[in-house]
Design a protein around this ligand. Sequence first.
Ligand code: NAP
Length: 289
Amino acid sequence: MNYEITGRTRLTALLGSPVDHSISPQMHNEAFRHLGLDYVYLAFDVKPQHLREAFEGLKAIGIWGFNLTMPLKTAILPLLDELTPAARLAGAVNTVFLKDGAYIGHTTDGVGYMRSVAYAGYQIPGKKMTLLGAGGAATAICVQAALDGVAAIDVFKRKNASFPKAEAFFQNLTNETGCKIRLFDLGDRAQLQKSLGESVLLTNATNVGMAPDTDHSPLPDASMLHPGLAVSDIIYNPRETLLLKQAREAGCDAFNGLYMLLFQGAESFRCWTGLDMPVELVREKYFQA
Ligand code: NAP
């Protein structure tokens, strides 16, 4: 398909540091090209101390939308005109789009995760899940799961200095959404065993198992897994983490974080273009599991 930069090309971008490893430019430009859209996606290395001036400059030239990586996902909050409900609840923004002259912040990580769960063949609204970790990705997942009608979420994280803050966050999320979210100490084996027994899905949203430390699992004991529990790891490097290997050996269905990555990008694409990303095309080209 003919694809060239014109005088009307809409600029979309990734802001962060570093950005040179990102797959987002290939993914979005491939989709724009495929659909014949006059858009381009570029990656800009922006350090937190330069975010304000970078955003002012991009606004002045009418940027159509952009993604952000940490720590810009929280630093952008006071600079935006509006937030979507998911971004407000998560307290983070990874996608900005222009609507009626206003720059609106949204978070697509949770939407991406929930779409990856559906893509893997699971319907979890009305059911219970267990989530390991309470960092940026975990909170985005928890927010979207609650907004999508998951009935209950048991979250486990280390009992350290950030535990009380996480507890307050999940209490507020319970109050705002009606989803029953409880926070437990990751070291509480008995509770973890109980929660897994009641859940249809286990999600690892900690860093544990990520390359190069691939010989670790966030689960203290693989015998806690039971067939009938689906196990997902949002890590995609390596493709099969130790947790996913344990799950496969225990007879559980298991899937990694590649599709979360794909679908969070697809949701950003929809915010900017109003169209569905051709996910199968992008998946085949860049996301072979
Ligand atoms: P983050 O904000 O730094 O959160 C990390 C979480 O992992 C925290 O809850 C932390 O616990 C926990 N953790 C770290 N080391 C641990 C350990 N040794 N034992 C137990 N818990 C530990 O990071 P993030 O942005 O949420 O990212 C988390 C993972 O998700 C990364 O591997 C990242 O690559 C992946 N990710 C994937 C996608 C995707 O599209 N597939 C998107 C975003 C992130 P504390 O709360 O106790 O500090």
